[in-house]
Design a protein around this ligand. Structure first.
Ligand code: AMP
Ligand code: GLY
Length: 426
């Protein structure tokens, strides 16, 4: 089988690493890829959102399956174009990808499908938005409706701050994404990320994983794309998995299919596990990054038949996935200054030595090689040091031993990834 993976981050490195292990893969391409992905796949110099060039490439190379990593090409309709010419695609069409592209779309889907979620209102008028605050108690959850690179959510503690924030968001703080505002009731509980493979008709659960969104230790500092993650999530045991499938994932898949927007790919549900069970915070139309990295480390099954089954509506006939029973963590190494200003081009050494350690794999996010073959940082999040162990303690210790082998004065990482899991399991 000839496969094209679209994207160039740590998530796509992990996907390529896992896909490469499949005996049924004959050629693997990745567009645009990165220095780590180049060890697994033929990297192609096409941007992940260049829908036309990607489609031409897929036709030219007679690709059998395209696996789309990030949300931008999904929302731009790459899935639609490839399906229209008969190429199998892992990833939803643009209409179903609205679950991620529009928070209001998801809230309305929840209403129609009876999915438990926070009570909300949707506003284009600041005065109406402020009046709605009367019906809520603090803290308030304010969300820009559109895609805002994961930064469009603000949670003010007081009414005064909330009103000021409404004015800022609606006057363009997040660009057009904030012109429509969703305001929600604040949910209490512990967060967990849940992933399910979907083929448009049915769905199959993967395992849970949880990221650390804040830049600094103690879950402090600014929000980021994710500074690390751990799996399994102690808070999402088997009963929660069943409830999430029955009350959230399957109703969403059925409603989207009934409305002519079948969802194929991986559906990522951000959950709040409340006293009354799982509540949906948000859907994403793709794997989490860095959650994907640990899912790939823990997956025992060959992933390729599952990706193809999602694309071809054949998931119903597939056996359940099998997993390493162990724990896994990933520690993100980022350029100093991230998520603010940071330098590109600093040299990184000893990554291969770290990756050769027992039950450790270092996935690359923003990396490139210079003409002499030196590895350079080429982004904010740069490496994902990922390890498995028989316990959280073992996995965490292995990951940090590998981090300490890497020689990168220009980088930093959090030192407390997995702390919540350690606390629960000890
Ligand atoms: P989102 O971009 O929708 O995932 O929101 C970002 C973060 O804001 C989530 O990971 C939660 O920590 C928090 N959050 C979002 N919605 C709520 C809510 N209704 N109640 C409590 N926390 C929330
Ligand atoms: N790590 C969170 C995300 O990928 O959205």
């Amino acid at each position: 089988m000839k496969i094209l993976v679209v994207g160039g981050g740590g998530r796509e490195h992990a996907l390529c690493w896992k896909i490469r292990k499949s005996p049924i893969v004959e050629r693997l391409y990745c567009a645009p890829g990165n220095a780590g992905i180049a060890q697994e796949a033929d990297c192609v110099d096409i941007a992940a959102d260049d829908v036309f060039a990607l489609t031409d490439f897929a036709i030219d190379k007679a690709i059998d399956l395209v696996v789309i990593g990030p949300e931008a090409p999904l929302v731009a309709g790459l899935g639609d174009r490839l399906r229209a010419i008969g190429i199998s695609v892992f990833g939803p069409n643009a209409d179903a990808a609205q679950v991620e592209a529009s928070k209001a779309f998801t809230k309305e889907l929840c209403d129609r499908a009876g999915i438990p979620t926070a009570r909300y209102g949707k506003f284009t008028d600041p005065q109406e938005a402020k009046t709605f605050l009367d019906s809520l108690s603090p803290p308030y959850v304010l969300k820009a409706d559109g895609l805002a690179a994961g930064k469009g959510v603000v949670i003010p503690e007081t009414r005064e701050e909330a009103e000021a924030e409404i004015d800022e968001m609606m006057s363009g703080k997040f660009g057009d994404a904030g012109k429509t505002l969703v305001i929600e009731e604040f949910l209490k509980g512990e967060e967990a990320s849940f992933f399910a493979f979907c083929d448009g008709i049915t769905a199959m659960p993967l395992i849970s994983a949880q990221d650390h969104k804040r830049a600094h230790d103690g879950d402090k500092g600014p929000n980021t794309g994710g500074m690390g993650a751990y799996s399994p999530t102690p808070v999402a045991g088997p009963a929660i998995v069943r409830q999430t499938m029955d009350e959230i994932i399957l109703p969403a898949i059925k409603t989207l299919a009934d409305e002519g927007m079948p969802y194929s790919g991986v559906l990522f549900a951000g959950l709040m596990i409340s006293e009354d069970g799982p509540r949906l915070i948000e859907f994403n139309a793709r794997f989490g990054d860095p959650e994907c990295q640990i899912l790939m480390m823990r997956m025992l099954s060959d992933i390729v038949p599952y990706l193809k089954a999602c694309a071809d509506q054949e998931l119903g006939g597939m056996p359940p996935l099998s997993w390493h029973g162990s724990a896994a963590v990933t520690v993100v190494m980022a350029a100093k200054g991230y998520p603010g200003d940071y330098e590109k081009g600093t040299e990184i050494r000893n990554v291969d030595a770290a990756s050769a350690m027992d039950q450790v794999t270092v996935f690359h996010a923003g990396t490139k090689r210079d003409a002499e073959g030196r590895l350079l940082a080429n982004g904010g999040r740069v490496l994902n040091v990922t390890a498995r162990g028989n316990s959280y303690r073992e996995a965490i210790d292995r990951a940090y031993q590998a981090v300490d082998v890497i020689d990168w004065p220009g980088g930093f990482c959090r030192r407390d990834i997995g702390w919540r899991a350690l606390k629960t399991s000890s």
